[in-house]
Design a binder for this molecule. Structure first.
Ligand code: ATP
Ligand code: MG
Length: 383
């Protein structure tokens, strides 16, 4: 445990409160991983926490959360709480602050996320979290149907954690998830997207296909078509959202890859990339050969072409050809639009001729030399 977390726990317990590191940081520590952040739960109220530390930020008073800043780092300190009634499967309308760690742990989603650790490194594990960690299982705390009905986001989180940790979803929890999947229709698109993208950025991005299989993305799709998402594991993270949209489009799950991402409230640049990539994909052969990939690179920006090639299963080759610059784009030609204008061509015809030249150079039919290029255009115009 980092020194600044120990310091937070010491000050709280020194003032007579109980305090623990909780949730993901305990899970990651027990797995031998370095947690990316630390959360603390304590019997102290926000005001009591704020009084004990020099620098605090009231990040979520309604939910009992104060961020404590120490020279060594920061942590969110949350008052032990029990969630109030969940209305319409959304966030609880109110939370009740309780002095009991058990209550706080029992409101958490999965057993592996519901453990606490005190300043001496002692683990509080009331729901079999350690055993599930050892078995590699994501299992709801308590009755799965009830927990998913309370908060439908937990169904997406189950898939996300199973992808991130490489765990299976416990059969009872999975059966409940399959039954209650339609409840995710009420979730905000932003929250759904966040879980989808965390899954896509995980070591097992292909698990995103399970979100479709289980019906968790139903409302964003025209049809719940299964996708084959194996290619996602072989491509860089920054292309995965767009390629996921292409796979959904290829499977007939949406009429437009860009609209699919817009409905999920993805950033406009992601939707634009998906749209351009779809246009590139439509020009690409089913099983693209090097020549097809080079031609695609000559026509369009690299990223959409790489995304399209990923959806066609040839990402690795496309990246090589792109890196080796095995293509010539119209702007790379030894002639300019003005040179063609001098031959008597008009705007539209100039653009067409430049593209034809770029493709011919890319194909190796022509050297990228001014005279040869002009001769080629003259020959074609006279035909
Ligand atoms: P990560 O490493 O991805 O941050 P995490 O376990 O810290 O994983 P968070 O989403 O940061 O996950 O949530 C922190 C903790 O809060 C979880 O470990 C879990 O105990 C609890 N939690 C978060 N969201 C929910 C939810 N929707 N329902 C129940 N408990 C939740
Ligand atoms: Mg976290």
């Amino acid at each position: 445990m980092p020194e600044y977390i120990l310091e937070i726990l010491r000050r709280l317990t020194g003032a007579g409160f109980s305090a623990y590191a909780v949730g993901g940081c305990v899970r990651d520590t027990l797995m031998g991983r370095t947690p990316h952040d630390w959360d603390v739960a304590a019997s102290a109220s926000c005001g009591e926490v704020a009084a004990l530390f020099e620098r605090t930020v009231p990040t979520g008073l309604k939910y009992g959360t104060v961020t404590v800043l120490l020279p060594g780092g920061r942590a969110e300190v949350t008052t032990f709480r029990r969630d109030g009634p969940y209305l319409n499967g959304r966030r609880p309308e109110n939370v009740e602050f309780v002095s009991d760690l058990r209550e706080d742990l029992s409101r958490r989603d999965f057993t592996v996320n519901a453990m606490a650790m005190d300043g001496q490194g002692r683990i509080v594990d009331l729901f079999g979290g350690r055993e599930d960690l050892a078995r590699g299982v994501i299992r709801c705390v308590g009755e799965p149907e009830r927990r998913f009905a309370e908060d439908a986001l937990r169904m997406l989180r189950a898939v996300r954690f199973s992808a991130a940790l490489g765990f299976a979803i416990d059969p009872d929890s999975l059966a409940a998830l399959r039954r209650l999947a339609p409840l995710t229709e009420k979730l905000s698109a932003e929250r759904v997207l966040a879980e989808l993208q965390k899954t896509l950025r995980s070591p097992r991005p292909q698990a995103a296909a399970l979100m479709i299989d289980y019906g968790l993305l139903r409302r964003f799709m025209t049809e719940n078509s299964k996708i084959d998402a194996g290619v996602l594991a072989d491509i860089p993270e920054e292309l995965r959202t767009a390629v996921f949209a292409l796979l959904v489009r290829q499977a007939g799950g949406t009429g437009d890859a860009g609209d699919f991402l817009r409905a999920l409230r993805a950033p406009a640049r992601e939707a634009k990339l998906a749209r351009e990539a779809w246009a590139a994909l439509e020009e690409l052969a089913e099983e693209p050969a090097d020549r097809d990939i080079r031609r695609a690179l000559a026509r369009r920006d690299v990223r959409p072409v790489l995304a399209a090639c990923a959806a066609r299963g040839v990402y690795g080759r496309a990246r090589e050809l792109a890196e080796e610059r095995q293509y010539t784009r119209p702007k790379d030609l030894a002639v300019k639009g003005s040179d063609l204008n001098a031959l008597g061509l008009e705007r539209e015809a100039i653009a067409q001729a430049l593209l034809a030249l770029a493709l011919a150079v890319t194909d190796g039919e022509l050297p990228n030399e001014k005279e040869a290029l002009l001769a080629y255009v003259k020959r074609r115009c006279s035909r």
